[in-house]
Write a protein that binds this ligand. Sequence first.
Ligand SMILES: O=C(CO)COP(=O)(O)O
Ligand SMILES: [Zn+2]
Length: 210
Amino acid sequence: MTELEQKQQLVELAKSFYQRGYSVGGAGNLSVRLDDNRILVTPTGSSLGRLDADRLSVLDMQGNVLSGDKPSKEYVFHLALYQQNPKCNAIVHLHSTYLTALSCLDDLDQDNAIKAFTPYYVMRVGKLQVIPYYRPGSPEIARELSERALTGKAFLLANHGIVVTGSDLLDAADNADELEETAKLQFILQGQKIRYLTDDEVKDLENRGK
Ligand SMILES: O=C(CO)COP(=O)(O)O
Ligand SMILES: [Zn+2]
């Protein structure tokens, strides 16, 4: 893919999140690793529904702006994940409704906020670790995420939203879709007796991949 195609793909996927109500107003941000030294990230305050490919921010790995508008205030945690995990090539951060609702619950299992009850959740995401609450843009979020960068693909920011990684932007977007749907199902099933997948069923899925 050329750099222009990567920018156009990001604009298109961001618009799809916006149109499906996965982001509202100026919330959320997306990024892609362009090469070993440069990251493409959405500008701060921009609506995911109205991005302009020419104005997306390009940063070096130290956070210097090489071109485009001022980057997302969360660029520090995006860079931290890319620096710590060479397999992470794209990141989606959303305030999607069901995952954000989940992030506001007390007493979540900090190691895994959604216990598996469908195969695609296991195949795409596996587990959902919880990052304690910090204000949006806080460097503490970057510190917490860099410590866990190699231990999972999805992280729930308490009282805030979700951070999902992927091998490329389509993968990260599909992981985010699957996770939001799983959170929605969990709320729909609230109060009912769920048959969770057994440890053996989960292991079988983990060995097969997606
Ligand atoms: O979701 C957001 C902060 O957590 C949005 O911030 P930015 O507009 O700076 O990307
Ligand atoms: Zn946010």
